[in-house]
Design a protein around this ligand. Structure first.
Ligand code: ADQ
Length: 479
């Protein structure tokens, strides 16, 4: 394979003295090191004035990093606006939260084009390019419009809805057509693949061949785009080791001491409306109301790292959670017990791992989620001799393979309460059986394996013999 070029909206720049980042960054760094790679994307810096288009380059531990800045207008239009306030709710089936704005659509296109222009001079002919996630869907088409002939793959980390939902987006067909510039488009699950296939068929009226490929003509040349599902994983071994060590660390010890002999339920995520946090609190309240034997016997710890504060729906969510947690504690707390411990900030990775290991139940109930790595981390963190129980939303991508979890519909608080009661009372033997079947899967389906499999499939694709005379990027027609 030629040099690997990874493109993602945010680049995990190495910073001295900072702990290693999570699974995805580690997996990508591993494949980048193995292939002498380049990682390109936004620096995370926002400039006051116009962008200079300047690319900053650093080399660290065998990987080249190249980053570019955004200005405030592009940050608002491309990132906070179109990516997070339009595409994010759309892909998570939340059409009521989608606030369409044509200027933001133009900013999204413009930034993708600027990224393509900034990357183009850094590319060599036999590079393999791997673009990540919903912020950068048109970037492949923009690269092709500039003449890029390399293999280009795209992976979507979030769900892919069917056309009945996707078509709500003004210009939905153009975004789909952008995907046809890639040689391989990967999604997380079979359900997402079905959504993508359905969009290609019903939205673009294209045929899907027996091997899940779609062929379209652009610039007088036919290109086949392979569509496939590649479930992302975590670095299972290393997370298990971190959790084992963290169980003896000061944070986990303090936590255990404060619990006495009560049971612990844990939840952890970015504070995001897709994660179903209010529904989860209602489910826990239903446990206390319907199964009073758990009163003063169980504590629910929810760690929710604040995110996307500039988007109004996220601020509303914070208010709702503050109220709900306050009400449950007001209704049920005793002088020596608060049923809910709600921590609204990010905590260190090893601390989180220690909490997972200490918890009898991992409660992971998103309304929609591409995969959900917390579910995988919770299982990897368990003590094999006395594992906890995972309660998982059937709308998380992880539910497709984590067969040992207790599945739940997050919209049904009574059902969540029943599953919580079942988990808190589950005998050791059943817990072990459920845990080992999930752990076996996690040991096979790691983050590194995911990256290797995706890249192997990208490498297998046959490229068009001749370059398109002039690839037309969809929005180049429109703007
Ligand atoms: P996210 O939506 O960010 O990822 P997820 O997969 O659960 O969701 O990953 C979250 C990560 O953040 C986990 O590694 C977790 O440990 C960490 N984390 C959660 N809460 C934290 C807290 N309070 N403090 C510190 N760390 C915390 C997107 C998609 C997912 C998909 C991933 C990877 O939305 O569906 O699984 O990409 O493809």
């Amino acid at each position: 394979m030629g040099r690997l070029v990874v493109v993602s909206n945010r680049v995990a720049l190495p910073r001295r003295g900072e702990p290693t980042a999570g699974g995805l960054a580690v997996a990508l760094k591993d494949v980048l090191k193995a292939n002498g790679g380049l990682w390109f994307g936004w620096s995370g810096e926002t400039l006051k004035g116009p962008t200079t288009g300047e690319v900053k380059a650093v080399r660290y531990q065998g990987i080249d990093y190249a980053t570019t800045d955004l200005n405030e207008t592009d940050y608002k239009g491309f990132y906070a606006g179109y990516s997070n306030n339009i595409l994010w709710p759309l892909f998570h089936f939340r059409l009521g939260l989608l606030e369409y704005d044509r200027k933001q659509a133009a900013a999204y296109r413009r930034v993708n084009r600027d990224f393509a222009k900034a990357l183009m001079p850094l590319l060599a002919p036999d590079d393999v390019i791997w673009i990540h996630d919903y912020q950068l869907i048109p970037m492949g088409a923009e690269l092709r419009a500039l003449g890029a002939r390399q293999r280009i793959g795209f992976f979507l980390h979030i769900p892919f809805p069917p056309w009945a939902v996707f078509s709500a987006l003004p210009g939905a067909d153009m975004l789909l057509r952008d995907l046809l510039a890639y040689d391989l488009v990967g999604v997380q699950t079979k359900r997402d693949l079905a959504g993508l296939v359905n969009c290609m068929q019903d939205g673009l009226e294209l045929d899907i061949d027996a091997g899940h490929g779609v062929t379209a003509t652009n610039g007088g040349i036919q290109r086949r785009t392979q569509l496939s599902a590649h479930a992302i994983g975590i670095d299972t071994r290393s997370f298990a080791t971190t959790a084992r060590k963290a169980a003896f660390g000061p944070d986990a010890q303090r936590m255990k001491a404060s619990m006495g002999d009560r049971q612990l339920i844990v939840g952890a995520e970015r504070l995001d409306y897709t994660k179903g946090l209010p529904h989860r609190l209602r489910g826990f309240a239903a446990l206390l109301a319907n199964f009073p034997e758990h009163l003063n016997r169980v504590t629910y710890l929810q760690v929710a790292a604040r995110s996307r504060n500039e988007v109004a729906s996220y601020r509303d969510l914070r208010r709702e959670l503050d109220q709900l947690a306050g009400r449950i504690n007001g209704d049920y707390a005793e002088f020596d017990w608060s049923p809910v411990r709600y921590v609204a900030r990010a905590v260190a990775r090893d601390t989180l791992a220690g909490f997972y290991r200490a918890a009898d139940v991992g409660l992971v109930t998103p309304l929609r989620d591409g995969m959900n790595l917390v579910a995988k981390e919770y299982v990897a963190a368990q003590d094999p001799t006395n594992p906890g129980v995972l309660i998982l939303s059937s709308f998380a991508g992880a539910a497709e393979t984590m067969d040992g979890a207790l599945l739940v519909n997050p919209l049904d608080p009574e059902a969540m309460a029943e599953q919580l009661d079942r988990a808190l009372k589950m005998p050791l033997e059943e817990r072990r059986d459920r845990w080992s079947s999930m752990m076996r899967g996690l040991e096979e389906q790691t983050a590194s394996r995911w990256a290797e499999n995706f890249l192997a499939e990208l490498e297998e694709q046959t490229l068009p013999a001749e370059p398109p005379a002039a690839w037309t990027a969809p929005a180049a027609v429109r703007n």
